[in-house]
Write a protein that binds this ligand. Structure first.
Ligand code: AP5
Length: 215
């Protein structure tokens, strides 16, 4: 199964993708994570992407589609893919069709996480992750069971993203409205779009997504 999680910054795409990976053995393909890894490693892609990401704008379609294509090529054919943060423009949606076809895959579901934009700033500015395993947390909504210790790997080091400040979040939301939301009709005409209330409790959002995947 191949699915897209679509929604503005902070909608819960990464949170839900991690849960589906754990529960269903699917693979999360997050272009944001791939780009952050490239920035950290100082690769040519990372050098191009760094300032764009810090400004909350979109990295070029060619760069992100190449990252997705490479990741899919390295994946086993039987593993389902969760596209998290990709596609984000109509050009990327067209590229994804071609990439999936090359790999003998097809898109099964596009799941849109509907959220109240005013709540997203609080979600994003309170977010942090384990520096070792990447598990996501939130100052208010998802704290580790033992304060300062990662539930998953026991690490005591955490980090926050440089683009998780209010000003950049507003730019990221504007980019979503202008460039990403308009790709929904592209998938709606195929009858594969489902909407989930992303403002519900995390477990309820996961249950709603799993119900869609089980058909
Ligand atoms: P990316 O990393 O994709 O960021 P994003 O789309 O802005 O999404 P986020 O990761 O901020 O949010 P999310 O929906 O995953 O929310 P999360 O689950 O963490 O992209 C970053 C940058 O990279 C872009 O700005 C761009 O520059 C570049 N880029 C990436 N892909 C690109 C592409 N395809 N094309 C061009 N450029 C690209 O949740 C947020 C917080 O809320 C968490 O703390 C979580 O615990 C909490 N939370 C989640 N769900 C709930 C809930 N139901 N109730 C309460 N709290 C919740």
């Amino acid at each position: 199964m191949n699915i897209i999680l679509l929604g503005p910054p902070g909608a819960g795409k990464g949170t839900q993708a991690q849960r589906l990976v754990e529960r269903l053995g699917m693979r999360q393909l997050s272009t944001g994570d791939m780009l952050r890894a490239a920035v950290k490693a100082g690769t040519p892609v990372g050098l191009k992407a760094k300032a764009v990401m810090e400004a909350g704008e979109l990295v070029s379609d060619e760069i992100v589609s190449a990252l997705i294509s490479d990741e899919l090529a390295a994946m086993g054919d039987s593993t389902g893919a969760i596209f998290d943060g990709y596609p984000r423009t109509e050009a990327q949606a067209v590229s994804l069709d071609g990439i999936l076809e090359q790999h003998g895959r097809k898109l099964d579901h596009v799941i849109e996480l509907g959220v109240d934009e005013d709540a997203l700033v609080e979600r994003i500015t309170g977010r942090y992750t384990c520096a070792k395993c990447g598990k996501g947390y939130h100052d208010k909504f998802e704290r580790p069971a033992k304060e300062g210790v990662c539930d998953k790997c026991g690490s005591t080091e955490f980090k926050r993203r440089p683009d998780d400040n209010e000003e950049t979040v507003r730019t990221r939301m504007a980019e979503y409205r202008a460039k990403t939301a308009p790709i929904l009709p592209f998938y709606e005409q195929r009858g594969i779009v489902s909407r989930v209330d992303g403002m519900a409790e995390m477990d309820a959002v996961t249950a709603a997504i799993e119900a869609i995947l089980k058909g």
